[in-house]
Design a protein around this ligand. Structure first.
Ligand SMILES: Cc1cc2nc3c(=O)[nH]c(=O)nc-3n(C[C@H](O)[C@H](O)[C@H](O)COP(=O)(O)O)c2cc1C
Length: 370
């Protein structure tokens, strides 16, 4: 029997009833950086996904670069997350936390008091501005401070503690955000990593932060509960192309495979207008990594189905389709029409444009009510 988006799958011991993953999406509803009832309602509505991956969650006060993103480093945050995992599990779903440290992609006015904008090296974003609640506007981001080697070690410890907090809060696992120009990719990339200590220089040294974070998190919570998101050839957050991209990602995929983690989540945002990711790169990552491969970026029911059917991926993550359609798997099963996303409401602090996308009449998942 051929594999479809509706076929069940075993993800390192976790049975997922379909191949449709909800992609991680920052939504900025975590007032005070603490998860709340509104967020629990949003995720509960989407529990029909084979697997939900949360929005990016910071392991540290220093990683809260954007306004109103949640953290996973305080007891209050862990209690908030428990509401989310309980709601999703009660509705029959499964949920991983995406751990995202923003690094240099940060405005100090978004950070809590005492937190600092830390990155591998002093390399500022030059063309990107960031929304700052305190100023009610977008502002340029100042240059980050380069981490000392003690701060690198401390930051790895923060990733480990956040992963343990996530498991305490009831998550089924964690995804490390190694994509889209945030801290882990800032270490991988020669433009943002200009260090001459053990964490910088050669391809191997630039990968050491990513692999050490993954190894330590896997030791703490079990490799079967860890995924890693990567975006080879991605340019988001001013990450220009460099010579050794394919060599870097092949080595990374091999290193992650050796660690035995559950999955790699491979992005190709070219359907959204980003530069092409060569098929050969995607094939090389697939071949080098022994675990599950999730693919994401611009998929719909037909293209997602073709990808899993061909074996190029095991699971497909959908971002905007899940954002706008709480009952996406039911809609894909029946060919029902889709709600359109409302991008002007992606990052506000309200229920509007968040929990009010309607489910199908009589649908099992997602009640469309806040
Ligand atoms: C509103 C919004 C927020 C996003 N936030 C994150 C995030 O926190 N972490 C992440 O890895 N990707 C993030 N992404 C990227 C998505 O996970 C996904 O890769 C992208 O939307 C492409 O998939 P799609 O074409 O199915 O929407 C975000 C995308 C959107 C639309």
């Amino acid at each position: 029997m051929s594999v479809t988006l509706h076929s069940a799958y075993e993800l390192s011991g976790l049975r997922v009833p379909n191949r449709m993953v909800m992609a991680p999406m920052t939504r900025c509803r975590a007032l005070g950086n603490v998860p709340n009832e509104l967020m629990a309602a949003y995720y509960r509505q989407r529990a029909g996904a084979g697997l939900i991956i949360t929005e990016g969650v910071s392991p540290s006060p220093n990683g809260l670069g954007y306004a109103r993103i949640p953290g996973a480093f305080s007891a209050e945050q862990t209690e908030g997350w428990r509401k989310v995992t309980t709601a999703v599990h009660e509705a029959g779903g499964r949920i991983f936390m995406q751990i995202m440290h923003t690094g240099r992609v940060s405005h100090p006015a978004n950070l809590p008091q005492g937190a600092r904008v830390l990155a591998p090296s002093v390399v500022a974003l030059e063309e990107t501005e960031m929304w700052v609640d305190a100023e009610m506007g977008t502002l340029p981001m100042p240059a980050p401070e380069a981490m000392t080697s003690e701060e690198v070690e401390a930051t790895i410890g923060e990733f480990v503690a956040a992963a343990s907090n996530a498991i305490d809060a009831g998550f089924d696992g964690v995804e490390l955000h190694g994509a889209n120009g945030y801290l882990i990719e800032q270490f991988i990339h020669p433009h943002t990593n200009r260090r001459d200590d053990e964490w910088g220089g050669s391809v191997e040294a630039r990968l050491s932060f990513a692999l050490e974070v993954t190894r330590r998190v896997a030791d703490a919570v079990g490799a079967h509960r860890v995924g890693f998101r990567m975006s080879p050839w991605g340019v988001f957050n001013e990450m220009p192309h460099y010579d050794e991209i394919d060599e870097t990602y092949l080595a990374l995929a091999r290193g992650l495979s050796d660690l035995g983690i559950a999955y790699v989540h491979l992005l190709d945002h070219s359907p959204l207008g980003a530069p092409e990711v060569p098929q050969s790169t995607k094939d090389a990552v697939r071949a080098a990594f022994d675990g599950t491969l999730i693919r994401c970026g611009g998929f719909d029911a037909a293209s997602g189905e073709a990808e899993v059917e061909s074996g190029r991926a095991d699971l497909i993550a959908f971002g905007r389709p899940f954002l706008a359609n709480p009952d996406l798997p039911a809609r894909y099963a029946t060919g029902a029409e889709l709600n359109e996303p409302r991008p002007d409401l992606f990052y506000t602090h309200e229920a509007e444009g968040y929990t009010d996308y309607p489910a199908l009449e009589g649908g099992a998942e997602g009640d469309g009510e806040a």
